[in-house]
Design a protein around this ligand. Structure first.
Ligand SMILES: *[C@@H]1O[C@H](CO)[C@@H](O)[C@H](O)[C@H]1NC(C)=O
Ligand SMILES: *[C@@H]1O[C@H](CO)[C@@H](O)[C@H](O)[C@H]1NC(C)=O
Length: 453
């Protein structure tokens, strides 16, 4: 009899658990994820960014873990994976248009938008979309994060009060995609600033370190007129965002698209000093004192061309409020800059891996006629960490060769551009004139272009 009673008790317990489980699985959990789908993915007017084929990238997961967040990916599956191209307003007005727009798949559109990237690759724009509404003239930090840098990224989000557009790469050849999406979800829920300020764009493929493609993606989907190109391991120590936005002169320069503002970069030579950003100086006076004491210095002091053109001596001596022009530009310069999202050239996507990638972005911007100005009250400090040295060495060699080819091509293209638009002798054409004469292999062609200008 006792046996029967225990059995009945167990049966009741089992039924109760089963009802709970089913309710969670089939009723509550889709409802919850569906809700977040509606809230976070409002469709823009023309393009509807969605993730219909996203689920096919994920390995089938066992049903052991019904509470796992990445199951919500299944709910993103929809049939509207398209961009619509309506007839022109002109044709419609003149009775020649079609009411029904032409549809194109989002994947096709993105494969052309980032045509230099390696394939196959899946780009998921606005995987998470911030709830914040941003002023058009705000400055969005655009950056890249890999799974091992999530904590550093969380620090940046706490520090920077404005919008952030981040590309997160998931290597589906080596990472456990579900596990990574779970920890990304945790990260996104970890702070209210994440949900209000950060748009996350995913790239899923087998290719590590496609930095320039990832930079372009973060910029392409930024929702403000101005962006800052920043590496994740830099801590913004001063409020350059508020300072620029409060300066009508600086904002007017940004709007022309012909100016980019440099926020100078610093580094602690002693590795352990540079780990905890809570101890970094927050004012220029404190920074300069640390520099005088030999505890802090320019970023990558051993590689002068990278940041030397910022002219650190001039920076230390500059009076408050100054923004001075970079006059010693050379082609390895790779400062962190704030510029107009739409207009300046994009980063060349042929660079994969360490070396030359960021310098290439800044080189082409410079050739296009952009002047760099240093914000003399502001600074960033590198958060020290260990690098993958062996990958860096081989990739640097390979990118060194690509960079020299790239410089020749870019010069020829911009010489032609400025000649055809009759701007070679103007202020905007002066960068290309000065810089391209330095490249021996094309000096003669460059001279022919400029003499005949
Ligand atoms: C990784 O993603 C790419 C991009 O869509 C896909 O073509 C490829 O099959 C995936 N590889 C694996 C191992 O899942
Ligand atoms: C441009 O400047 C060069 C060098 O000063 C000069 O020879 C050339 O005539 C100028 N061209 C025009 C169109 O002003």
């Amino acid at each position: 009899m006792v046996f029967l009673r225990v059995f009945r008790f167990l049966l009741t317990l089992y039924l109760f658990a089963a009802v709970l489980y089913t309710t969670e699985c089939f009723l509550l959990s889709p409802f919850r994820s569906g809700l977040s789908f509606v809230v976070s993915r409002r469709a823009p007017r023309l393009a509807l960014w969605s993730t219909s084929s996203f689920n096919s990238l994920l390995p089938k997961r066992s049903s052991q873990d019904p509470y796992s967040v990445s199951d919500s990916a299944a709910l993103l599956e929809g049939s509207s994976d398209v961009i619509h191209w309506p007839s022109s307003a002109y044709a419609l007005q003149n009775g020649l248009g079609h009411e029904k727009p032409v549809a194109m798949s989002e994947d096709l559109f993105l494969s052309k938008a980032f045509a230099g990237a390696m394939r196959p690759s899946k780009i998921v724009p606005f995987f998470y979309r911030a709830t914040g509404v941003f002023d058009k003239e705000d400055i969005t930090i655009t950056t890249l994060v890999t799974s091992n840098r999530f904590q550093v990224f969380a620090g940046l989000v706490e520090r920077y009060p404005g919008p952030i557009s981040v590309t997160i790469h998931v290597n589906n050849g080596t990472d456990d995609v579900h596990e990574l999406l779970d920890s990304l979800h945790m990260l996104y829920l970890s702070s209210p600033k994440m949900a209000s300020n950060v748009d996350v764009h995913l790239v899923i493929d087998a290719f590590d370190r496609q930095f320039n493609t990832w930079r372009n993606i973060a910029r392409f989907f930024a929702r403000t007129d101005f962006v800052m190109m920043l590496d994740i391991d830099f801590s913004p120590c001063t409020d350059f965002r508020a300072a620029l936005r409060a300066s009508p002169a600086a904002m007017a320069q940004l709007r022309t698209g012909a100016a980019a503002f440099v926020v100078p970069a610093f580094e602690y030579p002693k590795h352990t000093d540079g780990i905890d950003e809570a101890r970094f100086p927050r004012s220029k006076a404190a920074l300069v004192a640390l520099v005088r004491a030999g505890k802090l210095g320019m970023f990558h002091a051993s590689w002068g061309p990278g940041h030397g053109a910022t002219d650190y001596d001039r920076y230390y001596a500059a009076p408050p409020g100054e923004m001075y022009k970079v006059t010693a530009y050379q082609s390895a310069y790779e400062p962190y800059v704030i510029f107009k999202k739409d207009g300046p050239p994009w980063c060349d996507e042929r660079f994969v891996g360490y070396g030359g990638n960021k310098a290439a972005c800044l080189f082409e911007m410079y050739l296009s006629g952009i002047s760099y100005y240093v914000l003399a009250d502001h600074f960033l400090i590198h958060q020290n960490h260990l690098y993958e040295e062996s990958a860096r060495r081989t990739e640097r060699k390979y990118n060194h060769k690509i960079y020299s080819n790239f410089k020749e091509e870019a010069c020829l293209r911009y010489l032609k551009y400025f000649r055809d638009t009759r701007m070679l002798n103007t202020t905007r054409g002066s960068n290309v004139q000065g810089e391209c004469k330095k490249i021996r292999s094309i000096a003669r062609i460059a001279a022919q272009f400029t003499d005949g200008a």
